[in-house]
Ligand binder design. Structure first.
Ligand SMILES: [Zn+2]
Length: 279
């Protein structure tokens, strides 16, 4: 599942392929943007914001309004870059966006969201985001203040609320809570050291940004052993052997502006009841 680390890696890939290059062709296959044509415009920058990806283009030779192509990977989305003429590794019907330069094609498969807006109005789609854990402008104090502003909220909901801090998804939330020995339903006010929690999340996202296989267990791990509790319901805790608990948490009020995979915003969280007791 794409989280902040994936989005930053994707942005770097797209930046290398597109930044400074003129688009010779664009094909956007989302109803809201299907008629848009970006050909002739130059890609100026590719920016990750939390789990959102912003591809900025200039006004082109006609001096039109600079635009931002805004995408969100949601659950299954992924951008690939190919040299022109090379066969795609995923079926064409999954492609939601194609951006073509003289040398390369960037193809967005199964994107969860795609829209186009004036660059000057980016705040409309990402302005709600809190400090980005992987951003150059990461503001730890601001993130902690935002978390603390709702002291009775369950920590598992609070750290995934992209308005508090951006970049943590469902995988990292379960993993950081396990590593900090925090029960997911602990009220934010009862978290002994919120700074350490946030620092750990940032460290994990950083070490995984340049890795193909995400791991939270420290160092290289064999396939299937890279995570402590995420997705491991009823399997033995890697620390104490107690069966891992899978629970649901209502994220309903926490993600305005964030797309969601299904109608229900009840999402799973995994934890070890023994290693992570309620305070
Ligand atoms: Zn345990």
């Amino acid at each position: 599942m794409p989280e902040g680390d994936t989005v930053h890696r994707q942005a770097a890939l797209l930046r290398r392929a597109l930044a400074g290059k003129v688009l010779e062709r664009s094909d956007l296959r989302f109803p809201s943007v299907a008629t848009a044509d970006l050909s002739g415009r130059t890609v100026t920058e590719v920016v990750p914001r939390g789990k959102h990806l912003l591809i900025r283009v200039d006004g082109g030779p006609e001096g039109l309004v600079p635009l931002t192509l805004h995408s969100h990977l949601l659950m299954e989305g992924l951008w690939h870059v190919y040299p022109r003429g090379v066969r795609w590794r995923r079926p064409a019907h999954q492609a939601r966006a194609v951006l073509e330069t003289a040398a390369a094609q960037a193809v967005g498969f199964d994107l969860g969201m795609l829209d186009l807006l004036p660059t000057a109005e980016e705040d409309d789609v990402v302005g709600h985001l809190g400090p980005d854990l992987l951003g150059p402008d990461w503001d730890r104090g601001e993130a902690l203040a935002r978390l603390a502003s709702h002291p009775s909220r369950a920590v598992a909901a609070a750290i995934m609320d992209q308005r508090n801090l951006a970049g943590i998804g469902n995988v990292y939330r379960s993993e950081v809570l396990f590593l900090r020995r925090l029960h997911p339903f602990t009220p934010v006010a009862d978290v002994p050291d919120p700074g350490a929690l946030v620092d750990l999340a940032q460290r994990l996202l950083h070490v995984n940004r340049d890795r193909a296989q995400r791991s939270t267990v420290g160092g290289p791990a064999r396939r299937g052993a890279q995570l402590w509790v995420y997705g491991r319901g009823r399997q033995p805790c890697r620390r104490c052997g107690t069966p891992v608990t899978e629970s649901r948490i209502d994220d309903a009020e926490l993600v305005p502006g964030e797309p969601h995979a299904g109608p229900s915003r009840d999402r799973a969280v995994w934890f070890c009841a023994r290693c992570q007791p309620l305070p």
